[in-house]
Design a protein around this ligand. Structure first.
Ligand code: SAJ
Length: 419
């Protein structure tokens, strides 16, 4: 069987590798020519454990080849679409990448092809895309071709494990579509597999990330309340989570990445009515960089530091710990929120880079350090030593990685109450 994977990014490339190493002949279609060259020479353009060995194996066996020529994906048995579905400026979905991928496929598929959408999409999109293929080719969906939504669920850093062991959903536009897709993915998936309709599957994927976003917003609101009561919210959450049916997430400087800040908007977009909770949760999470700014500025006030003279060192730029990904990072939103009100903002991130080369360089002469990312490298630092480099010793913890406030510092942490 021959497979084409459209879009060789964080999801498409690992998926193409899995199919190739399971014995299929896979053509990866990608418009970025530098990425195509790199993949064909056996070098991955993304950082992920095991990817280099697995890619080399796939390319040297002859089973995987990348191309930016759409003519090379003609007449395949299956097409797997893994393109991005970002938000536009006005927070509505930008489906242009998906639509152009579907057109590319529609013009080149054959009777009997299976089309899989792995991208996260607003409800009803798969059905619409099936109609688009019908219009372009005059094929009948469910008879002349099969189509499913099969959302990816992997976490960067664990992709090759999760691709195999996570459970998967196959949402077909017809039951036969789900069955054909399930059988195909069973070639490497060892987790449980479930079959449903494409619209259920789209909603499932969006609910998963919306659940996480709303749960984090609740934790953030608990953090606001904890400040009112002088309570350490992390202690309270830990104790609440000893209840067998409670699982409160962690408050922090914000929710970033390419999924959580976007998916609740995709879930709401085609709906006729908006019931409020999901949108409010988004607003709470988006407000966290500003809450962090308030903590910082209240510290300036306490120590009589005029903000317009302050030098602030932001530790971490990535949206989450031990990652080099800065998409929608709250660290960057925080920098944007303060940069016009202080004299200087410096940043240091061991994975991303930043304006300072080292932690020490960032802290030298600074009036405040703000922890914006929970990198392991920022845990267990000797703040009493580092404090000697600083002009004013203010430490703001946006990610709850400081256990005990260091001596000699004015310390404030999101959800830590007052000290
Ligand atoms: N965060 C908090 N508090 C928490 C947990 C996370 O503030 O308790 C923040 C993180 O710091 C980060 C953001 O939320 O800024 C998102 O982090 P994440 O680890 O929750 O999510 P992603 O975006 O890296 O990956 C998610 C995962 N979805 C779920 O766990 C339901 C992943 O499995 C999905 O594959 C991915 O979205 C996706 O592609 O949809």
């Amino acid at each position: 069987k021959e497979i084409a994977v459209i879009g060789l990014g964080y999801i498409g490339l690992p998926t193409a590798i899995m199919f190739a190493n399971a014995g299929f002949r896979v053509t990866g279609y990608e418009i970025r020519e530098d990425v195509v060259r790199s993949i064909n020479s056996g070098k991955a353009h993304i950082i992920e454990p095991e990817i280099d060995e697995l890619l080399k194996k796939a390319v040297s066996s002859g089973n995987l080849r990348a191309t930016s020529d759409p003519e090379e994906i003609r007449n395949k048995d299956a097409y797997i679409i893994c393109v991005q579905t970002p938000l536009k400026e006005d927070k509505t979905p930008d489906l242009s990448y998906l639509e152009s991928a579907v057109r590319t496929v529609a013009e080149r598929m054959k009777k009997g092809s299976l089309v899989v959408i792995e991208s996260t999409v607003p409800p009803l999109t798969t059905v619409k895309m099936a109609k688009l293929i019908e219009e372009i080719r005059g094929f009948k969906a469910g008879e002349d071709f099969y189509m499913v939504h099969a959302p990816e669920r992997v976490m960067p850093g664990r992709i090759f494990k999760e691709l195999v062991y996570n459970s998967r959903i196959f949402g077909g536009i017809t039951p036969e579509s789900s069955e054909i897709a399930e059988k195909l993915y069973r070639s490497f998936v060892k987790g449980q597999t479930f079959k449903t309709s494409s619209t259920v599957s789209e909603v499932v994927k969006l609910m998963e990330n919306t659940f996480r976003d709303v749960n984090i917003a609740l934790a953030n609101e608990f953090a606001f309340l904890a400040h009112q009561y002088g309570v350490n919210v992390f202690e309270a959450i830990e104790l609440a989570n000893t209840h067998p049916r409670v699982n409160i997430h962690l408050p922090g400087i914000g929710v970033g990445g390419h999924c959580l800040p976007k998916d609740p908007h995709l879930l709401l977009w085609p709906a006729k009515e908006d019931f409020g909770l999901i949108r409010t949760a988004r607003e709470i999470n988006d407000s966290m960089p500003l809450f962090t700014k308030d903590l910082l500025f209240s510290a300036f006030k306490q120590l009589n530091v005029p903000p317009e003279e302050a030098v602030v060192a932001v530790l971490g730029l990535a949206y989450k710990g031990n990652s080099d990904d800065t998409r929608n990072s709250p660290a960057i939103a925080f920098i944007d929120a303060i940069k016009d009100d202080v004299r200087e903002v410096r940043s240091y991130d061991p994975f991303v880079g930043g304006s300072a080369e080292s932690l020490e360089e960032a802290l030298r002469g600074a009036d405040a350090a703000v922890i914006a990312t929970d990198h392991t490298a920022f845990k267990n630092l000797n703040w009493e030593e580092l404090g000697k480099l600083m002009r004013t010793k203010i430490l703001i913890d946006g990610r709850h990685i400081i256990d005990k406030p260091p001596r000699g510092f004015l310390f404030k942490g999101i959800g830590r109450g007052e000290y």
